[in-house]
Every structure is written in C-alpha cells, then in structure tokens.
Design a protein around this ligand. Structure first.
Ligand code: CTP
Ligand code: CA
Length: 228
C-alpha cells in the first residue's frame, strides 16, 4: 500500500497527553519542581498527531516547541494541570499521562516573597498531597464505560516490572508504560516496558521519537483492535 493512501492508525480519535513537570509555588518567586524534560510526552503528542488523531497537549513548564498541528495548553501547578486534564478528557477517546506531577505541594503559597528575618531561623514548610490526575480521569464514568482509553507512565528506579504491574492496578488503567528513571530524564533515547492484562511487551532502547511511534501503534491496536 502506498504510504499516503494507508489509513492512519488514530484517525478519528481525540487524544489528550499530559507532559513535563509541574511547578508548585512556595511564594511568588520560588517553587518546587522536578527534572522531567517533557520530551517523551511531546514526542507522543507528535506521533499521535501524525497518526491522524486530534491532539491536545497539556504541558507543564518546559521550553519545547509545540508539535505541528497539536493544540497546546500550558499549565504550571498540579491543580491547574488537573483542571485542564479533566476538562479536555471529557471530549477525548484516549488519555495518555506522561507528566511528572508533583506528589506534594506547599500547603499554602505565601502571598509575598518570604524574607529572611535576620535571626538565622529557617521557614517551616507543610505539604499536602496533590490529586492523582490519572486515577481521577481513569475512574471517570466515560473511562469506566470504555469510551476513554487511559494510559499511565511510570519512572521506576528498581523492580520495573513488578512496580509497573502494581501501579497499573492501583491507577485502574488498562495500559501502563514503565521506564527506568531518573536515568532517562532529559535524554533523547529511552526503553519502555508496556504492561497490560495480557502481560509485558518490551520496546527496546531507541530514540524517544521512534518509541513514541511504536507506542502510538500499540495503543491504536488496543483501542481499535486492528493492526493498521
Ligand atoms: N500521575 C498523575 N497525577 C499525580 C501523580 C501521578 O496523573 N498526582 C500520573 C503520572 O502522569 C503517571 C502515573 O500517574 O502517568 C504514575 O506516576 P508516578 O509518579 O509513577 O506514580 P505515583 O502514583 O505518584 O506513585 P510514586 O511516585 O509514589 O511511585
Ligand atoms: Ca509520583
């Protein structure tokens, strides 16, 4: 089949991707973030678009160009990412959570810059847990009804397969994609382990672009039940 005549694997699908870190304010000039580069999520958004999907990319603070044809929503905190994700997911058929969402945020963000008071005392900071965006979307009525296919990511520093399978069940998602972090953060290549109820599929070390294309094909096969 001539390539441009071949049906695209995600034609007619609406895909939402979360990507990058979140930023949790301490005061107007400081905050807590993490080392996620956003590259894998941006590569997946690009590959999904190239596969014919309508793509919304919800991006934490990263300096990466928006893939061609992708609708981008910039967010900072986990709470803002959650609002954008929950709203976008209502129209979506596939939700892919690659973002490294901060697990905790300062319980209160100071309204003004916190100043040293000259006594040498350090500020005490209390944290609260952020909402689990993926679990919330994956337990929404449309996801439970099978109208929204949810994919989670996990960076694990050890016991990749066991941790990934446990996390898949805990999050309530049909597919969880695991990689060894933080070794892959910011790198241009990666290796992925796909965990679903059938078992484990390995996508060996390759560029994030190539892995994103392979992952999109794996997702399309699971959503559409075909090999196009
Ligand atoms: N995730 C999310 N919202 C959160 C935390 C995680 O949507 N507040 C998503 C991530 O985008 C990823 C998946 O959940 O797709 C797994 O994230 P991970 O940090 O590995 O899992 P946690 O449940 O936070 O567990 P832990 O960090 O303790 O391993
Ligand atoms: Ca986490």
């Amino acid at each position: 089949v001539i390539a441009y005549l071949a049906p695209k694997s995600l034609e007619g699908e609406r895909v939402v991707v979360t990507a990058g870190p979140t930023f949790e304010a301490i005061d107007p000039v400081r905050g807590i973030t993490n080392l996620s580069s956003g590259k894998m999520g941006f590569a997946i958004a690009r590959a999904a678009r190239e596969a014919g999907a309508d793509v919304t990319l919800i991006a934490g603070p990263v300096h990466l160009p928006t893939p061609r044809g992708v609708q981008r929503i910039n967010v900072d905190s986990a709470l803002n990412m959650r609002s954008a994700a929950v709203q976008s997911a209502q129209e979506a058929s596939i939700f892919i959570a690659t973002a490294a969402v901060a697990d905790w945020r300062p319980a209160v963000a100071a309204e003004h810059k916190i100043k040293k008071d000259g006594s040498g005392q350090v500020p005490q900071m209390a944290f609260v847990e952020n909402p689990d965006i993926l679990a919330e979307v994956a337990h929404s009525p449309r996801a439970v009804a099978g109208e929204l296919y949810c994919v989670g990511f996990a960076a694990e520093s050890e016991n990749l397969q066991a941790n990934a399978q446990a996390k898949r069940v805990r999050k309530g998602v049909p597919l969880l994609v695991a990689n060894l972090g933080p070794a892959t953060f910011g790198k241009d290549d990666n290796a992925l382990l796909l965990v679903d109820d059938e078992g484990v599929t390995e996508l060996p070390r390759a560029s994030k672009r190539s892995l994103a294309q392979q992952l999109v094909a794996e997702i399309a096969r699971r959503v559409k039940g075909t090999d196009v």
